[in-house]
Design a protein around this ligand. Structure first.
Ligand SMILES: CC(C)(COP(=O)(O)OP(=O)(O)OC[C@H]1O[C@@H](n2cnc3c(N)ncnc32)[C@H](O)[C@@H]1OP(=O)(O)O)[C@@H](O)C(=O)NCCC(=O)NCCS
Length: 271
């Protein structure tokens, strides 16, 4: 009886496993299809005005040589116009479809659940804009407008010279914040196969130096300077007005005692 029961149990387990794997495959397929459809629609919408203009202008010019010359002349402005349109169309459509990174989430990659697939969709949308428009417009006011439209809380006179910002709904940048080139600032991290999310705040007047990494849950106080190539650990709190540098970030001068580590609640989620 016992060997029979074991063999029945393992057959049932295998059946359940197969069903679970099939459901996961279907979910991933549906998630990927949704991403491709929505992102293709976003690109088409952003390209439509320039495509119509192109068509009208090129058709109005007589002769193949003149048409080719005009097309060559329009190539770069057309690309820039498409990129600018994408800065607006992508966040507006992503708002309409309601896809954004939730705060305080823990999503196991192996499970490939809907929250993870939705987070992937939001990451793909951000990446597409980064690739198409980021290198042209980072560091310009248009980049701050895009971040704001895409859900980040961005104050006035904010200068963001990095394309490596993600999970915009979870980011808050106060007035006069400067984000240096190649700074990584996102509302997610991945640890042992789990995507974890939390808000990140950079207080008014703070400067984040070139190439720094600001981990999830970090709270950079107003007026702080974070030195180049600094790592601010997750859920760390940097005191207002402090100058911090190093890996992990240490107080060089300013608030508190020199050489002290960033006040940190690493590993905890102070909700
Ligand atoms: C952090 C920073 C502001 C400190 O400048 P400062 O107050 O004039 O300090 P100092 O240059 O006198 O350096 C003080 C000490 O910190 C160290 N230090 C400075 N910057 C550091 C950094 N990024 N990482 C590690 N250590 C650093 C110095 O080596 C020095 O160490 P020592 O006392 O053992 O000699 C500056 O070094 C920096 O990193 N600026 C980058 C700003 C930036 O990227 N802005 C964005 C531009 S868009």
């Amino acid at each position: 009886v016992f060997p029979n029961a074991v063999s029945i149990a393992s057959t049932v387990d295998a059946g359940l496993d197969t069903r679970r794997r099939r459901r996961t495959a279907v979910r991933i397929g549906a998630g990927v299809a949704a991403i491709v459809l929505v992102q293709a629609a976003i690109c088409a919408l952003a390209a439509l005005p320039v495509a119509l203009l192109w068509h009208a202008l090129v058709a109005a010019v007589p002769g193949p040589l003149a048409r080719a010359a005009l097309a060559a002349l329009l190539a770069v402005p057309t690309y820039a116009a498409f990129a600018i349109a994408l800065l607006v169309v992508s966040p507006v459509v992503m708002r309409l479809v309601g896809v954004r990174t939730p705060a305080g989430a823990e999503m196991r990659i192996a499970e490939a659940g809907w929250p993870l697939l939705r987070w992937c969709h939001s990451a793909v949308a951000t990446h597409l804009v980064r690739v198409v428009a980021g290198s042209l417009f980072r560091g310009s006011p248009l980049w701050s407008v895009y971040l704001r439209l895409d859900g980040a809380r961005v104050g006035r006179r904010v200068y963001v010279n990095s394309v490596h910002l993600a999970d915009h709904h979870l980011l808050e940048l106060g007035d006069d914040v400067v984000i240096g080139a190649e700074v990584h600032l996102s509302g997610h991290t991945v640890e042992r196969g789990v995507v974890k999310t939390a808000r990140v705040r950079v207080g008014a007047g703070a400067t984040i130096g070139l190439g720094s990494v600001i981990d999830i849950g970090a709270d950079v106080g107003a007026g702080c300077v974070v030195g180049a190539l600094t790592f601010v650990p997750k859920f760390a709190t940097l005191a207002p007005g402090g100058v911090y540098a190093g890996i992990p970030a240490r107080l060089l001068r300013g608030a508190g005692s020199d050489g002290a580590p960033a006040a940190s609640t690493a590993g905890q989620r102070p909700e």
